[in-house]
Design a protein around this ligand. Structure first.
Ligand code: FAD
Ligand code: UDP
Length: 369
């Protein structure tokens, strides 16, 4: 079959790459192993008429105006600002930690300056490596051991099934600490939920006369029937190289979906459970979409080691192994026959906007005009 470009994966990385190449006039074949497009941001309307995120809650957010404008070509957005509560010490507290979290947890009213003083004192009486060597150090260095234990330690153990001191300090950068009253999960200037859902948004990206799609097809089983000029790979990094340096770990989730005969279940779209129960968080989807229904659909997330790859694991062993695979990637990319893009293919803890940016940049870097 004669396609100049083969794209492995119909998730965001694959769809953005396909669209960009198609618009330059190239015929593109997208090969997807599962039975649907949109990869991990797939969603669907369930029987109760509620848009449900197949692989857990997805909120689009970006600081990058170009990415925001690019993505808005394919979807209208509900301008949603994500707010999360954390169930700790028997209370629902705003999270990430901000002035109100501290006031409510300790029963004190503090000014911004007093919050800064409070955190400084908490850090001073705590023990950690300076500069931070790992996730625990990076959090304790900002908020001290008491707040670390209340909000981070057990959530992180549940999520990653390892001690927080074994995880990268980088991971802590995902969660801000604020001394003001901003209780949004993300501080990015542009945030929202596509009004018709992510599957529709990705469908619009792929809806181009130069793009063909094969679902239910594993690239490794069919690759010999194609002879493209270039293959853009968005699947698991280690699988591409037949695990020659060993298996990279991916963290998975068991998601339990429940639809209840009640209009509302919880006070926020997402409630985190750092210390209680075995799930990490509960999402109430209608609070993301604003959909009206007499029912409500929930998603409980139970982290697990095996299954569908949801997360990369940011620890030392995997970071070292990734480095070796990425050297092979660099060499292959230099030869000009392959590009590796996305969360699985670059083994990088990307958000959706970062995947889009990586795809646009990488495709722009090749000589395909
Ligand atoms: P994927 O979506 O994984 O797409 C890769 C595709 O390649 C898949 O469809 C896969 O089936 C296919 N594939 C793999 N191997 C093969 C093969 N051999 N042959 C054919 N096809 C193959 N991001 C945000 O910005 N905001 C959020 O709120 C957010 N929440 C998240 C919550 C959870 C629980 C998870 C797991 C992720 C979340 N993300 C969020 C991250 C977001 O899902 C990813 O950044 C994004 O979807 C990754 O896109 P991708 O194309 O790189 O990878
Ligand atoms: N985290 C935590 N407590 C929380 C929320 C997050 O300890 O209430 C830690 C945990 O290690 C988690 C990481 O911060 O894996 C990143 O959180 P984020 O909400 O960004 O995770 P994601 O939405 O990608 O699952």
């Amino acid at each position: 079959m004669n396609y100049k470009y083969i794209i492995v994966g119909a998730g965001l990385a694959g769809a953005v790459s396909a669209r960009t190449l198609a618009e330059k006039g190239h015929k593109v074949m997208v090969i997807e192993r599962s039975d649907h497009i949109a990869g991990h941001c797939h969603d669907y309307k369930n029987d109760a008429g509620i848009t449900t995120h197949t692989y857990g809650p997805h909120i689009f957010h970006t600081k990058n105006k170009e990415i925001w404008n690019w993505v808005k070509q394919y979807a209208d957005f509900i301008y949603f600002q994500h707010r999360v509560l954390s169930y700790a010490n028997g209370q629902l507290l705003p999270f990430p930690i901000n002035r109100d979290t501290i006031s409510q947890l300790f029963g004190v009213e503090l000014t911004i300056n007093e919050v800064e003083e409070f955190l400084k004192h908490e850090v001073e009486i705590s023990t950690f490596n300076e500069p931070p060597k790992n996730f625990r150090d990076a959090v304790v260095a900002q908020v001290g051991e008491t707040l670390y234990t209340t909000f981070f330690e057990n959530y992180t153990k549940k999520q990653w099934e390892r001690d927080p001191s074994e995880l990268s300090a980088e991971l802590a950068k995902r969660i801000p600490v604020r001394t003001n009253r901003d209780d949004r999960y993300f501080a990015d200037q542009y945030q929202g939920i596509p009004s018709k859902g992510y599957t529709s948004m990705v469908g619009e990206m792929l809806n181009h006369e130069n793009i063909s799609i094969m679902l239910n097809t594993d690239y490794f089983k069919v690759k010999d029937s194609f002879s493209p000029s270039m293959t853009i790979y968005t699947g698991e990094l280690d699988a591409f190289f037949d695990y020659q340096f060993g298996k990279l770990e991916y963290r998975s989730l068991r998601l339990e979906f429940k639809t209840l005969d009640t209009k509302e279940y919880q006070q926020a779209a997402v409630v985190n459970y750092p210390n209680d129960y075995d799930w990490t968080r509960i999402t109430e989807f209608k609070k993301l979409s604003g959909e009206k229904s007499d029912k409500t659909t929930l998603c409980f997330e139970f982290p697990k080691a095996t299954g569908e790859p949801y997360y990369i694991v940011p620890d030392e062993k995997n970071t070292e192994m990734r480095k070796k695979y990425m050297e092979l990637v660099e060499n292959l990319e230099k030869e000009g026959k392959f590009l590796f893009i996305g969360r699985l293919a670059e083994y990088t803890y990307y958000n959706m906007d970062q995947v889009i940016e990586a795809a646009l940049n990488k495709i722009a870097s090749i000589d395909c005009v």
